[in-house]
Design a binder for this molecule. Structure first.
Ligand SMILES: Nc1ncnc2c1ncn2[C@@H]1O[C@H](COP(=O)(O)OP(=O)(O)O)[C@@H](O)[C@H]1O
Ligand SMILES: O=C(OP(=O)(O)O)[C@H](O)COP(=O)(O)O
Length: 410
């Protein structure tokens, strides 16, 4: 049992699943090359071997479930490639089922034999999965009602998605005997141990494209006075620049508008006015007429794709002085080799600094590449938004649902 934040979360040790049929929610949502549609990084896929092997070795049959991307985004793809990689890293057969709750999936699950492993297709193909609702509401979803009768138990190992109150993450623990998986257990225990709110200076490096997540994280960090500096990059940096009254030029404003982000400007402005320790880039690396140039944030005319050199130096000086550095979300469009330098530079400075580094998020983890990170001064989390919200002290719905699940189920 994990006891944390007044919660008691069952682990695999508490439920001792053996010779059962177990639904396992993992998070193998991974960066995708927008040109080829192929996966760019396998870190999350590799992470789940221990949980799956432990269940199989006890004679259980396992059905894996995950999301990939979001409908409408170019990384919203089927999990077929993921199943081949799971097969490779597990060293066991993982059968891909191109269905989620339909008759074929249910038929195949009902015929599972001990030791067999299935991977269902992208759970966000089911529209109700994208609804944020309570565990009890999601317990009544088609997803939960169609699948839960087929299983003896449910394991949630998707720490990286634990901040989402979505059906596959919070509904099943209301019906089935449930536990955290080993990835979830390790992340929660490790982060609770290493993250001491009193350690300072604490520098957060927040970038990426999930601006709503980042705003929620920054509001928590500022409210709880957990950050000594918040260095922004990616789209969140652009939002704060506009909130500060900086004109980023029509191209960049159009991108923010197209993504529905301009309505978030008042929230960003409120954070700035409250004295939040927010740093925004003083220059950007932009693409203009096919060329890559650097422009000061006060005179941007090209399409912003990364932070600029002066900003890299300023941010690096903060990082070098930090006792703890938390990084989530890249500084630029790292899928394009030309716009990786900002993220790479800050990551290198963090790893070379005397501070303790916590890095998370599918894209930022991919920046580690094959670097040897066995050092004791870094924690690589599978989570990005989930990691930051957990560190910021916010309740994670998936953990809350597991806490509520004690005593539930057959
Ligand atoms: N300036 C930018 N404009 C548009 N997209 C950006 C920008 N900087 C970074 N991104 C995008 O952010 C995405 C990663 O964001 P996110 O998913 O929040 O990171 P993580 O996976 O590390 O949590 C990448 O696809 C990247 O292309
Ligand atoms: O990649 C994830 O989050 P992250 O981008 O914060 O690392 C999780 O899989 C959650 O994905 P979502 O943000 O589409 O719900």
């Amino acid at each position: 049992m994990i006891k944390i934040n007044e919660m008691e979360i069952p682990t695999l040790d508490d439920l001792q699943f053996s010779e059962k049929k177990v639904l396992v929610r993992i998070d193998i949502n991974s960066p995708v090359d927008p040109e080829t549609g192929k996966l760019l990084d396998y870190s999350r896929i590799k992470a789940y071997s221990s949980t799956i092997k432990e269940l199989i070795e006890k004679g259980n049959s396992v059905v894996l479930m995950s999301h990939q991307g979001r409908p409408g985004d170019n990384d919203f793809i089927s999990l077929e490639e993921h199943s081949k990689l799971l097969n490779k890293y597990l060293g066991a057969s993982v059968e891909f089922v191109d269905d989620v709750i339909g008759p074929y999936a249910r038929e195949r699950i009902s015929k599972l034999k001990p030791g067999e492993i299935l991977l269902l297709d992208n759970v966000r193909l089911i529209s109700e999965e994208l609804i944020e609702a309570s565990p009890l509401q999601h317990a009544k979803s088609f997803l939960v009602r169609r699948l839960s009768p087929l299983f003896d138990g449910y394991v949630n190992d998707a720490f990286a998605a634990a901040h989402r109150s979505q059906a596959s993450l919070v509904g099943f623990p209301m019906i089935l005997k449930s536990s955290a998986g080993r990835v979830m257990e390790r992340e929660v225990l490790a982060l609770s141990k290493i993250f001491n709110p009193d350690d300072s200076p604490k520098v957060f490096v927040l970038g990426g494209g999930k601006v709503l997540d980042s705003l929620r994280i920054i509001e928590n960090l500022v409210k709880r006075k957990l950050a000594d500096r918040i260095l922004t990059g990616g789209l969140i940096a652009e939002l704060f620049a506009v909130a500060k009254g900086i004109d980023l030029g029509r191209d960049n404003i159009n991108i923010l508008e197209k993504k529905g982000l301009l309505s978030l400007i008042p929230r960003a402005r409120k954070i700035l006015l409250s004295g939040g320790p927010i740093e925004i880039p003083v220059d950007f690396r932009v693409e203009k007429e096919g060329k890559v140039i650097e422009e000061p944030s006060s005179k941007v005319t090209g399409a912003i794709k990364d932070i600029g050199l002066t900003t890299m130096n300023i941010y690096s000086s903060f990082i070098k002085e930090a006792k703890v550095i938390v990084m989530r979300g890249p500084m630029g469009i790292i899928e394009d080799e030309r716009f990786r330098e900002g993220s790479k530079e800050l990551l290198n400075n963090a790893l070379e600094s005397p501070g303790y580094v916590i890095i998370g998020g599918g894209h930022m983890i991919s920046m580690l590449g094959s670097r040897d990170i066995e050092s004791t001064k870094i924690h690589v989390s599978t989570g990005g938004g989930a990691l930051l919200l957990f560190l910021a002290g916010e309740k994670l719905p998936a953990l809350e649902a597991l806490n509520m699940s004690r005593g539930v189920g057959k």
